[in-house]
Design a protein around this ligand. Structure first.
Ligand code: GLU
Length: 436
């Protein structure tokens, strides 16, 4: 069996971290098995679907490195849906319904008030058909066929079709709801595994019978626990956290991939600079049933750990020209994002504004300014300089190092001065030491 997965977004908005997680797991599963990963654009809703969102989805997947083996669009497949619908109609598996939403709502309330489950009640075959009303269509669940499957994450699933409403599959205006076209496509595209959120579990129950009604074996299913924000619920912020915002915050795509690959699983998050080693490790048996918590602070931390490992060659095209390989290597451990590298250009090349030194630190700085001209900048200037100042003033430890770091970099913290100082021009350094 060739493993084929699909990511099936509706292009009615931008991808957020939740969708991206689903896309990622489908992609990983396909790649792990040398299979195929398809992008299926679920654009049956012609009014809400927008081309700009389709383009955005493609761009976001490309940014994340989730390459697909093909793209399909539901809007180009209506003829197939029509044919399969006719087949189900002829077999009596879809039937016309005429209730208005108001009628259905009243019926639901009546059932609930009697303590009964609000399940749709089929009309008798000889019920009168209202004149001049276009019907909508429901799929007839087979009440005698129990619905069971072994979910790759949730284990054995069991649904009683008698307790479920026959789902509406087509509206009165002829437009399609998601359920049936998705099954038709999963069959036509030989989808072997469907990985999606657990909000689809009850859809899956009805879709199991649609596969059977169309004469096909269902794919395997993995329903993932949903992603929640740090406050433990499906936050608005999370639902709207798009790739643009993350890119702007300096998040590397591989950081998001590394976090989402493992979040909610029993495997630890690994800050890898390349997704390849993660791909083979996806295992739905390691996915938990509890909601996975997405924490932006954790993402920032993973990102930071990745930035600290990136080679100059990998980031050179995103750095100011002044940040060459030795400078990148020196500042890298102090960066949260690659963009922050630009903040260090003035430290190397000026102009740098430094707050006036504390009175108590002036002797150290004066000694440094006096000693610096004789220091060989090509050897190990930091040790030569600090040794000279120590000899001249007796200062040591923090009282020696901190005033020098402040005067030379304008900051209290930063890279190892032994690595940094040779990368600052000697005349710049002397000027800074003399300025305070
Ligand atoms: N378009 C559906 C959605 O976005 C696809 C669900 C599925 O994967 O089957 O929810």
């Amino acid at each position: 069996m060739t493993v084929t997965t699909r990511f099936a977004p509706s292009p009615t908005g931008n991808l957020h971290v939740g969708n991206v997680r689903t896309a990622l797991h489908n992609w990983m599963w396909a790649r792990k098995h040398g299979g195929r990963f398809l992008l299926r654009i679920d654009d049956t809703d012609r009014e809400r679907s927008k081309e700009e969102y389709v383009e955005g989805i493609r761009a976001d997947l490309a940014w994340l490195g989730l390459d697909s083996d093909g793209e399909e669009r539901q809007s180009a497949r209506f003829a197939l849906y029509e044919a399969e619908f006719a087949r189900l109609k002829a077999a009596g598996r879809v039937y016309a319904c005429y209730e208005t939403p108001e009628e259905l709502d009243i019926r639901r309330k009546v059932l609930l008030s009697r303590g009964l489950p609000p399940v749709y009640e089929r009309k008798p075959a000889d019920a009168p058909v209202p004149e001049g009303v276009a019907p909508h269509w429901r799929f007839r669940l087979d009440h005698d066929a129990p619905i069971v499957w072994t979910d790759m994450i949730r284990g054995d699933q069991h649904f009683d079709p008698k307790s479920m409403s026959d789902p509406v599959v087509r509206r009165a205006d002829g437009s399609w709801l998601y359920l049936l076209p998705s099954v038709i496509d999963d069959i036509a595209m030989d989808i072997s595994h469907v990985v999606r959120g657990e909000d689809h579990v009850s859809n899956t129950a009805t879709q199991m019978q649609m596969f059977a009604a169309l004469g096909a074996a269902p794919p395997a299913f993995a329903h993932e626990a949903l992603l929640v924000g740090t406050e433990g619920k499906l936050s608005k912020r999370l639902g709207s956290l798009g790739m643009d915002a993350l890119r702007e915050q300096g998040i590397e795509p591989v950081a998001l991939v590394a976090l989402l690959a493992r979040l909610g699983t029993s495997d630890p998050v690994e800050p890898v600079t390349d997704a390849a080693p993660l791909v083979g490790t996806i295992d739905f048996a390691h996915f938990g049933r509890a909601p996975a918590r997405f924490d932006e602070a954790e993402l920032a931390l993973v990102n930071q750990k990745i930035v600290h490992q990136l080679d100059h060659a990998a980031v050179a095209d995103r750095l100011p020209a002044a940040i060459d390989a030795p400078r990148w290597h020196a500042i890298r451990p102090n960066l949260m994002t690659i963009a922050e590298a630009a903040d260090w250009v003035p430290v190397f090349d000026g102009p740098l504004t430094v707050a006036p030194a504390d009175e108590a630190d002036r002797p150290v700085l004066a000694a440094a300014a006096a000693a610096a001209p004789a220091v060989d900048w090509g050897a190990d200037p930091w040790h030569a300089l600090t040794n000279a100042v120590k000899d001249a003033t007796g200062a040591k430890g923090r009282a020696l190092f901190l005033p020098l770091r402040r005067a030379l970099t304008g900051r209290d913290h930063g890279p190892d001065m032994g690595e940094l100082l040779p990368l600052i021009a000697k005349d710049q350094a002397i000027a800074r030491l003399s300025a305070t």
